[in-house]
Design a protein. Sequence first.
Length: 159
Amino acid sequence: MGAFITKSRLLEVSYLIYMVFPVIIYYINSKIIIEGCIKMKTIFVVDDNGVNLLMVEQALLDHFEVITMSSAATMFELFDTIIPDMILLDIMMPDMNGFEVLAQLKSNAQYAKIPVIFLTSKNDADTEALGYEKGVTGFIKKPFSKLVLLSYIKNILEL
């Protein structure tokens, strides 16, 4: 993956980019993703709360390619185009909860090794124990600290 570029800037720079780099351009979640330029780690953030998506995106955007989505169904559709380096996943979502998403990911050999971090307001030991039993990489509690979130993700991706 590469850099994000706004729609308005795309027209100005797309010809120049094409002439300089062989690239593939995707349009996802109102953002243009240019693949083939600078390789950044890609993180999918799945949460049904738009405020949470925005907060995580703002915390990580300078360090990672962040693609936010409000449903697991959207995430699974994107797997045809992009495989992320990590997934930050809310547990409590309306259509498919985080445990169901995690089970589906772990049952597919292509996606089973992607680190999944539950980003959740659930703070009980039973939830954490179940998450680790099912294969989650870790937990970040909401509300989260930007510094803790960034450090935690960097540590996992560097392993």
